[in-house]
Structures are given as structure tokens and as C-alpha cells.
Design a protein around this ligand. Structure first.
Ligand SMILES: [Zn+2]
Length: 291
């Protein structure tokens, strides 16, 4: 409640705030965890830093990638409904586009870092989440908005966690090398079947970045089984129609592959720092259905 802090009242933080860069990042990286947390009765919010307005015509270099921001904002609202979480909150920065495209004015990667941290902090102080999840510092594949989002959300968490009623845990969404190897084998198989377009320059650069920035498996602290909500995650991903590059959700083989890939989500617990070798299968600080 506004004013609680000033009045010295203690606020008990609760729920999960997912802070990502573009509409669709939330569903790919943490859609299962969000759906599980919401189903167990935790409040769950998505804070999206950009409008994803450079998400058009994936893979083509030297063309206009701009997309009506309303399209992607609506896609994210659709995904939130499928995941059973609150309406999305936007910071409204412009999408920086992929590396080498030239970030437009007003984009997240060009924004003043302190300003972004302050704006994220304001949301944390208003919602009082117990747990925050954002990107790994490498941003999974190094997208400039992903790394900016990880940096600023992590900095905002550090400030908020030291305040009364502040969050108690921070997770970074990260892919282990074994998952990336599996993803790339799946793409390669699609290509061999001849039903996928040949990779563009951006695709190749992205695939290399995925491998380079994947975490060694032993650094992953938190592996959450999400098969029970895989349908919700797939439905949320299907909302992001402008980004799906012709995935066929009605194809049984493709669906089976997706379900296999989406059987778990992987994270590194940043705070509280894990003990050496500590592993967990859920986020701390939230209610879970079977506990
Ligand atoms: Zn993204």
C-alpha cells in the first residue's frame, strides 16, 4: 500500500515478478514457472521493458524490422491470460533490435541505466513481490535488450532487497549447455526434413551466441518440472504469433518435440546465494501446489 513504508508498517512481500525485455521472452523462459506459481495462488506479474517493436520480419538484415507496438503488447496480454497471471506492465522503451541492426532512439539499450533501474524499482516498491526472475547476464543469446534488462533488473533487486518489505529471492533464467545442444539438434533435424527455410545470417549468429552464452550444466541451481502446465506454456507461446516463424502448433510431431523441450525450466538462484552443490526444483519464497 502506498505510504506503508513511510508509516513504518511492515509489508510482507508475496508473489513473483518476471522482468523481461520483449513480449515472448517471459513465455519462453519462465512461462511454466509463472503458470505454476499462479495456479498455486501466488500473485504473478510480468514487467516488459520494451514494446518489442523491432520484431518484424525475423532474420532479414538490411530491411525495416519495425512492427506496430500494439501488436506485440496485445500478444503479451494474450499470453498472460493463458498463463493465468496479471495484465502485463510495460516500461515502453523501444526494442533495440538485434546486434548490428542499429538501435533506434528511445530504445532500451540506449536508455540511461539509472533511469531504467529507478523505473523498475518503482514497480517493485508498488507490488512488493517476494521473488524476482529476469535474464541471465548473457541474456540467453546476447540480445542487447536482454543484457540491459538483466543488468537493470538485478541492480533494482539489490536496492529493493535491502528495504523493508523488499523481495527475498532473485533468479536468473539461464539455459544449460545440454538444453542448447538439444534445441540445435531439433532445428538441424527440421532443416534436414527440408521443411524449414535455410538459416539466415542472423540465425547463424544467434545459434553461435546461444552456444557461447549457455551455462555449464553444473551452474544451474534450479530445475523446475513444468510438464503439468506445458499446455499453458504452449498456448502462451502461440499468442506471440508475430514471432513464431511458422511453427505448426497443430502438427503432432512438432507438438511432441515442444512438450519434450518444455518439460522443465532452468534457472540460477542469484540471491540468496546457493550453498556449493545446492539444487532445488522450485523457487523459494512462493507457495507451491504440493507443499
Ligand atoms: Zn527478447
Amino acid at each position: 500500500m502506498p505510504g506503508d513504508r513511510e508509516a513504518g508498517n511492515s509489508v510482507t512481500p508475496s508473489g513473483l515478478l518476471a522482468i523481461f525485455a520483449h513480449p515472448d521472452d517471459e513465455s519462453f523462459g519462465a512461462g511454466g514457472v509463472m503458470a505454476l506459481a499462479a495456479a498455486a495462488g501466488n500473485p504473478v506479474w510480468v514487467l516488459c521493458a520494451t514494446n518489442g517493436d523491432q520484431g518484424g520480419k525475423p532474420g532479414e538484415v538490411g530491411v525495416d524490422h519495425s512492427l506496430d507496438p500494439e501488436i506485440r503488447r496485445e500478444e503479451l496480454a494474450c499470453a498472460c491470460r493463458e498463463l493465468g497471471v496479471s495484465e502485463p506492465i510495460f516500461l515502453g522503451y523501444r526494442d533495440s533490435g538485434m546486434e548490428g541492426w542499429g538501435a533506434p532512439e528511445g530504445s532500451l539499450s540506449l536508455a540511461d541505466k539509472q533511469e531504467v533501474v529507478e523505473r523498475i524499482l518503482a514497480v517493485i516498491r508498488r507490488l512488493h513481490p517476494a521473488v524476482i526472475v529476469t535474464f541471465d547476464p548473457g541474456g540467453v543469446y546476447g540480445h542487447p535488450d536482454h543484457t540491459a534488462c538483466s543488468d537493470t533488473a538485478t541492480a533494482a533487486y539489490r536496492v529493493a532487497a535491502a528495504e523493508p518489505g523488499g523481495p527475498v529471492a532473485l533468479y536468473h533464467q539461464a539455459l544449460p549447455r545440454s538444453t542448447v545442444a538439444g534445441m540445435q539438434a531439433m532445428q538441424e533435424a527440421e532443416r534436414r526434413r527440408g521443411d524449414d527455410k535455410p538459416p539466415t545470417e542472423d540465425d547463424i549468429r544467434q545459434a553461435e551466441a546461444f552456444i557461447k552464452l549457455a551455462r555449464p550444466d553444473e551452474e544451474i541451481t534450479t530445475v523446475v518440472p513444468i510438464l503439468s502446465v506445458a499446455e499453458r506454456k504452449i498456448a502462451a507461446l502461440a499468442c506471440h504469433d508475430s514471432q513464431m516463424r511458422g511453427r505448426r502448433w497443430d502438427d503432432p510431431e512438432e507438438r511432441a518435440q515442444m512438450e519434450q523441450m518444455f518439460g522443465r525450466e532452468t534457472f540460477v538462484r542469484v540471491d540468496p546465494a546457493p550453498q556449493p552443490g545446492e539444487r532445488e526444483d522450485r523457487f523459494m519464497g512462493l507457495k507451491w501446489a504440493d507443499s
